[in-house]
Design a protein around this ligand. Sequence first.
Ligand code: PDD
Length: 286
Amino acid sequence: MTRTVYVNGEYLPEGEATVSIFDRGFLMADAVYEVTSVLGGKLIDFDGHAVRLERSLKELDMQAPCSKEELLEIHRKLVELNGIEEGMIYLQVTRGSDGDRDFVFPSEDTKPTLVLFTQNKPGLANAPAAQEGIKVISIEDIRWGRRDIKTVQLLYPSMGKMMAKKAGADDAWMVEDGYVTEGTSNNAYFVKDGKIVTRPLSNDILHGITRKAVLRMAEEAQMEIEERLFTIEEAKDADEAFVTSASAFVMPVVEIDGATVGDGVPGRIAKRLREIYLDESMKAAI
Ligand code: PDD
């Protein structure tokens, strides 16, 4: 089945969808994005993603391409047209194109570009990686200073994943001034003596939609949470570790820089949080 994608008001077969070579998303990474997961044919935490998108656009003085209601309708239509039961929807908004290359932002009447496409991932909720846990390495965080804005500047995170792959690991945790910021495409946590530790929100990390939901659910389940800076050494020495994101949900981490975390198998708290998150998110999906 050919994938149907959305570009600026049109639903098209993927091979027919085009964006200008002058688009600022292409030339300047002048664009923001969201990834929303689909489980049971429904959207997980659409509202959270829509609110964060609004914030990213505002922080960059970028026009919203359409209303939240229209965005929901596009998401739903793409899920339906592509028969997605489990997978993701990628959304990108760019500052558009005024037909040339210029560092200065184009005039106000330049329309933003809106692109959405689906990724079909059968078995996403039962990913084998969640049974085994993943291995991470640590790398220096050399990204820009506004990581709270979800821009498409993903070259360094991509390089981080490649460094991990080369080292025989699955992902990388980034470290700045001696403290873990986040994973290349997820938020990072460790658990010690029953307490969940994660970095507090600031401009240094993405304000994960999954992070927010998981911390709320952990609190509701009477789990202890501490939001503070932490080092790789502390995480290595922890009882368990895990990451969260819209595409991985709660994913246990069993090895950091070659050192086994806890017993080297997914931890009790990470497994429980994954269960609770999947269960509650699917119930609330729209
Ligand atoms: N990544 N931190 C970074 C740097 C991320 O790129 C992501 C998401 C997260 C987790 O955010 P959320 O829970 O809202 O997905 C944290 C997406 C999934 C991606 O780039 O594919």
